[in-house]
Write a protein that binds this ligand. Sequence first.
Ligand SMILES: Nc1ncnc2c1ncn2[C@@H]1O[C@H](COP(=O)(O)OP(=O)(O)OP(=O)(O)O)[C@@H](O)[C@H]1O
Length: 253
Amino acid sequence: MHQNTGLSAENLSVAYGERVAVKNISLSFENKQVTALIGPSGCGKSTFLRSLNRMNDLIPGCKVTGDIWIRDKNINSPQTDVVSLRQRIGMVWQRPNPFHKSIYENIAFGPRYHGTKKKKDLDDIVEQSLLKAALWEETKDRLHNSALALSGGQQQRLCIARSIAVKPDIILMDEPASALDPVSTSKIEELIAELKREYCIVIVTHNMHQAARVSDKTAFFLNGEVVEYDATPTIFTNPRKPETNDYITGRFG
Ligand SMILES: Nc1ncnc2c1ncn2[C@@H]1O[C@H](COP(=O)(O)OP(=O)(O)OP(=O)(O)O)[C@@H](O)[C@H]1O
């Protein structure tokens, strides 16, 4: 595995019962880069993304084969401690899903669970995470109010703050702005640009303008396979495969 690779899938396949949704995909994701996964509905992007932090383990009948490497460790093995794995690989979902708790508790929950007990330490983590998620100014005077009173865009930034509070190396995002208005969407995009200084980010998006704006590399998925994976400007201006060209020019999908 290359030194700068944050996460790498090798021959990854995922089946729901008899139906194979992801077919033998090998992809590597770099640290301090954003990689976008694009492709038509049902082509396996979310299934692939969810496999990377073992979320598909929770779906009955779902079978994931192949390797997922973080440094020299294959995390798709039964020995992997899935709880600590999900601390290293955070996930942000399509719909903001804050806990029914205060803003403070949403963020303190993970670090406390993983062993941080002192109030001062938790206070620092809450502040730092909200600062990094560009939400501190809006929330610093109401940390103990319910997270559900925040707007949708603020809730999504809170979910990002919650995921970075446990100090992950990698953040997976499944259409993180698709439920948000344009202003909130651009805030999330700015935040992604900021976060990539520190993290390896993989984002599924339906919005090709968004993929072009936020990502360094793009993988085009079709029917459970990766058709093309390259630098984002190449994918959007000079793709090698006709299927990629047809998709990005809006001929299907
Ligand atoms: N929990 C599940 N059980 C059974 N089949 C599933 C499940 N989740 C997804 N699938 C199937 O796997 C295939 C890939 O779906 P997936 O959601 O990964 O695609 P996607 O590219 O992310 O689509 P979209 O962009 O619409 O979210 C689809 O045929 C879908 O019906």
